[in-house]
Each structure stands twice: as structure tokens, then as C-alpha cells.
Design a binder for this molecule. Structure first.
Ligand SMILES: [Zn+2]
Ligand SMILES: [Zn+2]
Length: 392
């Protein structure tokens, strides 16, 4: 495979970029150094660069030939607020910040493809290299789209990828339709009447109300969501009071909900509000629910799934591409881009042997041996989608 061979020749250089980014991680919307690193590299490759798209996002535009066809390739740049536990030389220099989700690897993978495509230009059309900020729950995709991403840089189709620990390097997996869950966070603020801990009849205990609400919320999945749908409602925090002998005035419950359709997410949000308000009312207390959807479910488009899986098979062989992988309960804000433009999101193996540490873990590190596979897939997508034979 000529693409893979040529990109593999730049493996050492990509590894150096990846470790440089890893050592200097930046949180969502603070990726100024990373964005400048990316923009500078793209400019060196001869790619037209637009900075500050959606705050710290960067878009590179590369044109070859005259075809009006276009393709978007997307990577994420932000890190997580985690204290890195690794001791290797490229560990984080920013205490409490860490590339624990492999976005350093995704950014490098797309840069590797950009370098190859700018040098070879073996395609006819326009490629948009989209480096988005703030994937980890802060709304980076939304910010770029709000800043006119797809009006200023129109894309017929868009593709992204995420590393998958536990999947061998050189393997890919994907599924058509809903592949990753939609995610919501919620706060339920319960207000009662404070009292002496020995005189409960003088107050309305928000702790008891909150406990009933936490229990009743478990009936949303068991009694309200269709049994054939998959959903999770987790109350992950309950806070109230700070003395042994005082019934507090307020308590708060917080948590997350995940599911694979917007309809189900709507059911969860409305049932949660009604259960919380109804239970509080029954006890003479008040409950206010703030249910906010952060990510819609990630829904892959069937044609683009087939296309990217075919491209992956061109590189690693059909036996290394799983076209019907299991859905995952984690969320991903590329889902928002897929609501605007047809496309697909694929998982790339980060290694299944020793050291196959999960993402969002202080011991995680992106596997540099995966870089040529990811960069080759991005490049193959362009050469196949914008092939010169199909040029008008
Ligand atoms: Zn993550
Ligand atoms: Zn991630």
C-alpha cells in the first residue's frame, strides 16, 4: 500500500510531534500552544490555515485540481484535568493536566495525513483539516459550528476517529447507526425547612426527600424506557448538611444519563423532572431539576461507514476491520458534527497487550505505533473519495 509506506517513512517525526504535544497538555478552549503547533505545521506543509475557529480551533484547507467535491477530517486537541502517573520522558509538564484520552495522538495522526497529502496532492477537490478544541464536555464542536465551520469550510462528508485501548494496533472497528451514547448531566436541588436534628417535626428534611428521589429515579430505566432501548441513569453525588444534629434546609443530587436516541433522552429528562418535583411536593418540599444534554448520541451514516471501512480494509485488510462492533456507553462530541454533515466515526486500535490502559486513566498513553495506521486511513479517505478518475 503506497500510502502506508510513505506515511510510515515519517513515523519517527510523527512520534516526536505526538510526544511534544503530550508533554504540554492544555484543557478545553485553552489549547493556544497546541493550536499554534498545529497551525505552524500546516503552514510549513503549504496548507492554508484559519486560526481561532470556535475559540481555539484551527482549520487547514488544501485544494488540488478543480473538482467541487470536498471532505472534512476532524481531530480533537484538548486534554483532561488528571494528574499524570506516568514517569516516561514525555510525561505532562503541566501538573493536573494530561492527555489521558489520546487527543495528542489524534491531532498528530491528522497532521501526518496533512503532510502526506500536501506533498503528494494525489486527489481532485478540497480537504478541510478540522482541529477542534474542547471535546471533553465543554462544547468544542458546537463552538466551531457556531463560528460558521460548515459555511466557511463546506464539507460533503466528514470523518473522525478515536483510539480504542483493548483493540490491537492495526485493527479498526465501527458500526452503522448509533455507535456512542448521548450524554446528559443533571442537578436536582431540593429545598426543605431546616430544623434541630432532634426536632424533625419542626422542619421538612431535604435529605429524606433526596433519598426518595434517588431511589425513584431508578424506575426511569426499568419502567419508562422501552426495554429494547439501552439507557443508564446514575446518581453520582448527594450532598446535604454539615452537622450531626442539624436537619439542613437544602440537599442536592447530581449525576449523568446515557442513551442511544434523542427520544429516549427526552423521556429521561421529562420523567426525572416530574419524579423529583412530585416526590418533593408530597413531602412538602420543593425540587428544581436542571437536566442538560451535553452530547447527542453519535449516529454514523450507513454509506459513510461502508466507505471508511472499505478504506480501512485497503490499508489493513478486511480481516482487521470489524464493521459491526458493539455500541459504547461513552459519549463523543463529534456526534454534533454528524448531525450537520453525513459522515462516520471509527475506532482505531491502541493496543491490546500489556499496557493497554483505558482512556481517562492517569496511567494511559497513546500508542505511537498506531500513528501510521490512523494517518494512512485519513489519507486513503481523501484519495478514494476525491479520486482523480471521478473528477468532473
Ligand atoms: Zn475522553
Ligand atoms: Zn477522547
Amino acid at each position: 500500500m503506497p500510502v502506508f509506506d510513505k506515511i510510515t517513512a515519517a513515523h519517527d517525526e510523527m512520534t516526536a510531534w505526538r510526544r511534544d504535544i503530550h508533554a504540554q497538555p492544555e484543557l478545553g478552549f485553552e489549547e493556544t500552544r497546541t493550536a499554534e503547533f498545529v497551525a505552524h505545521k500546516l503552514e510549513q506543509f503549504g496548507i492554508e490555515v484559519t486560526r481561532d475557529v470556535g475559540k481555539t480551533g484551527v482549520v487547514g484547507r488544501l485544494r488540488a485540481g478543480n473538482s467541487p467535491r470536498s471532505i472534512g477530517l476532524r481531530a480533537d486537541m484538548d486534554c483532561l484535568p488528571i494528574l499524570e502517573a506516568n514517569s516516561f520522558a514525555h510525561r505532562s509538564k503541566n501538573p493536573g493536566k494530561m492527555h489521558a484520552c489520546g487527543h495528542d495522538g489524534h491531532t498528530t495522526t491528522l497532521l501526518g495525513a496533512a503532510k502526506y497529502l500536501a506533498a503528494t496532492k494525489n486527489f481532485d477537490g478540497t480537504v478541510h483539516f478540522i482541529f477542534q478544541p474542547a471535546e471533553e464536555g465543554l462544547g468544542g464542536a458546537e463552538a466551531m459550528i457556531g463560528d460558521g465551520l460548515f459555511d466557511r469550510f463546506p464539507c460533503d462528508v466528514i470523518f473522525g476517529m478515536h483510539n480504542r485501548p483493548g483493540l490491537a494496533v492495526g485493527k479498526f472497528q465501527i458500526r452503522p447507526g448509533a455507535m456512542m451514547a448521548g450524554g446528559a448531566f443533571f442537578d436536582i436541588n431540593v429545598t426543605g425547612v431546616g430544623a434541630h436534628g432532634a426536632r424533625p417535626e419542626a422542619g421538612i428534611d431535604p435529605v429524606i426527600v433526596g433519598a426518595h428521589i434517588a431511589t425513584a429515579l431508578q424506575t426511569i430505566v426499568s419502567r419508562n424506557v422501552r426495554p429494547t432501548d439501552t439507557a443508564v441513569v446514575s446518581v453520582t453525588q448527594i450532598h446535604g448538611g454539615d452537622a450531626y444534629n442539624v436537619i439542613p434546609e437544602k440537599a442536592v443530587l447530581r449525576g449523568t444519563a446515557r442513551c442511544f436516541s434523542e427520544l429516549t433522552m427526552g423521556v429521561i429528562g421529562s420523567r426525572m423532572t416530574r419524579i423529583a418535583e412530585g416526590i418533593a411536593e408530597g413531602f412538602g418540599a420543593k425540587a428544581e431539576t436542571n437536566f442538560r444534554v451535553l452530547f447527542p448520541p453519535l449516529v454514523n451514516h450507513a454509506d459513510e461507514v461502508q466507505f471508511i471501512a472499505d478504506c480501512a480494509a485497503d490499508i489493513v485488510g478486511e480481516a482487521n476491520v470489524n464493521r459491526n462492533s458493539n455500541p459504547v456507553m461513552a459519549s463523543e462530541d463529534f456526534a454534533i458534527m454528524l448531525k450537520h454533515v453525513p459522515g462516520a466515526y471509527i475506532q482505531i486500535g491502541n493496543g491490546d497487550g500489556e499496557g493497554a490502559c483505558e482512556v481517562h486513566n492517569p496511567g494511559y498513553d497513546f500508542n505511537d505505533t498506531a500513528l501510521p495506521f490512523g494517518a494512512s486511513l485519513f489519507a486513503r479517505l481523501v484519495e478514494k473519495r476525491l479520486d482523480r478518475l471521478g473528477a468532473s
